[in-house]
Write a protein that binds this ligand. Structure first.
Ligand SMILES: [Fe+2]
Ligand SMILES: [Fe+2]
Length: 179
């Protein structure tokens, strides 16, 4: 397995872990809405920065472009489907963000369920189909180069300090919700 696709798989694990925590958050009884809303605000922040800007950015700006160069079809093919799902996910995050601004837990949960279900099946397709194709058509040297571009992208959109902060946030949630 290539270095670049492995990096993306590791990020999938982090995103799936957060979705598991989000499930637990949604199962709480809402008796302390302020506490729950604070967590929801943090989750939206994580999804915007880590899942969308950092992770989807690595895929869209680098991996998918490389796949299209290798003649994996874009429009009407696997890359086009992935791009469409990223756009859909962005829309759900925006809905979660608007619901959070209105302190509307029910509306937030509705959008969060849509996002969660979309992302789980999206990640499954990438792990089991797209990245398998990528490992066949992108050689080791090209994977190393992609990985360097990922690192640079991560530094540009997140930076070292925020990366640590995001991981610390996940640990705090995991402890609070027992996941
Ligand atoms: Fe993706
Ligand atoms: Fe992904």
């Amino acid at each position: 397995m290539g270095k670049a696709t492995q990096d993306l798989r590791n990020e999938h694990d982090a995103i799936l872990h957060v979705l598991q925590i989000l499930d637990k958050m949604m199962q709480t009884d809402n008796s302390e809405p302020d506490a729950l809303l604070q967590y929801y605000g943090e989750v939206v922040y994580f999804l915007k920065i880590f899942a969308d800007e950092c992770h989807h950015g690595k895929e869209e700006d680098f991996l998918f472009k490389e796949l299209v160069k290798k003649e994996i079809p874009d429009a009407g093919g696997p890359v086009g489907v992935m791009l469409h799902e990223h756009a859909q996910g962005r829309e759900y995050i925006a809905q979660m963000s608007r619901s959070f601004d209105k302190n509307n837990i029910e509306e937030f949960n509705n959008a969060a369920v849509l996002y969660r279900d979309l992302l789980r099946q999206h990640i499954e397709k990438e792990n089991n189909v797209l990245f398998m194709m990528a490992d066949k058509v992108i050689d080791e040297q090209e994977q190393d180069l992609l990985f360097e571009q990922f690192e640079q992208h991560e530094e540009n959109v997140i930076g070292h300090g925020v990366h640590e902060k995001l991981h610390a946030m996940i640990e705090t949630w995991a402890k609070a919700f027992g996941v």
